[in-house]
Ligand binder design. Structure first.
Ligand code: FES
Length: 147
């Protein structure tokens, strides 16, 4: 089987699908490799992410990574959430096939975009957002797989 049980679980029963009407930050990104789209909604109180929801026109791997990513960032401060890399997300899913690693980038970038939106709305500095919607490094990163 190419996909871990965790991937299948989060694909079949994705957590946090939907939208937050009064979200404090909304981010949408597209995947240049496949054209899939991810939209992330964050509810933020005192710099802490208290709720996260997503919608996607993405594949199963994108659904699974976004599902677990929203679970990972809930309860974290926005700075902590920005440190949740797609590598951490993939590890939390017990791995993804190399050909699907670019899908996991979508969740990480959508979270970053939603946090950037939140910061913009609050007049905070937006750093590290130079490379939006770019996953050109996926293929080189996929070399260091564990198994
Ligand atoms: Fe597009 Fe996975 S194939 S996000």
């Amino acid at each position: 089987m190419m996909y871990s049980e965790k991937v299948m679980d989060h694909f079949m029963h994705p957590r946090n699908v939907g939208e937050i009407e009064d979200a404090d930050g909304v981010g949408q990104v597209g995947n240049p490799k496949c054209g899939d789209i991810m939209k992330m909604y964050l509810k933020i109180e005192n710099n802490v992410i208290v709720d996260a929801k997503f919608k996607t026109f993405g594949c199963g791997a994108a659904v699974a990574t976004s599902s677990i990513a929203t679970e990972l960032i809930k309860g974290k401060t926005i700075d902590e959430a920005l440190k949740v890399t797609n590598k951490a997300v993939v590890e939390a899913l017990d791995g993804l096939p190399p050909a699907k690693l670019h899908c996991s980038v979508l969740a990480e970038e959508a979270i970053a975009a939603a946090i950037a939106d939140y910061k913009r709305r609050h007049g905070l500095d937006v750093e590290n957002s130079e490379c939006q919607g770019c996953c050109c490094k996926c293929e080189t990163e996929s070399e260091d797989s564990e198994e």
